[in-house]
Design a binder for this molecule. Sequence first.
Ligand code: PGA
Length: 244
Amino acid sequence: MRIIRAKDYDDMSRKAANIIAAQVQLKPDCVLGLATGSTPIGTYKNLVAAYEAGDLDFSEVKSYNLDEYRGLPGDHDQSYRYFMNVNLFDHVNIDKANTHVPDGLMEDYEAACAEYDAAVAAAGHQDLQLLGIGNNGHIGFNEPCDSFIVGTHCVDLTESTIQANSRLFDSIDDVPRQAYTMGIGTIMGAKMILVIANGDAKAQAVHDMCFGPVVPSCPASILQLHPNVVVVADEAALALCPAE
Ligand code: PGA
């Protein structure tokens, strides 16, 4: 794992966007695995700015998002499809037909999850997978549990995640209790993984991801076994990690 230290959120966002921009420039028809949450908003803003400056062309890019709340339609303002449209897709020249977010309303979800994994594989897997990390060490919505789950699946969100995400809903009762998420195997299939983290609430999770034992109680720790992981984190998120 390579750790890149950023001064603050803006610095993290710029550094992460530069890495994604380089991927798109080097391989214009690349497959991006994309993430939602507060952390990547600045990264996406920088990508939009690079697009507007004429430095990036997304016309051949394909994307697969990590996760989606179960039960939310794509036009719900808390759905992750909506988030992606508002924060990135509506502002760049990506073909929406090439953007994929698990469908929160899928009926036969086991078949649909398997199809999602098959589609990622058929696209050649993610050239670059962007990840945030939860306070509890989750990646996507792979919550701490007793085993690493390989494929895209439906999860029960933990109380900690429901609490953390309630800030975005009118009330905690409105937060969906379940979500669909790429599995650990789907994520690990990426050729490169870029993890971004900021703020002291992430410090323990970032430490455990990079330096703790590889255990499903900290799902992000599995990334230690991937050959090409870059972590871009600010000083606060790296506070518990060794200085060098
Ligand atoms: P956040 O979430 O970016 O909103 O902190 C990250 C995550 O849960 O993966």
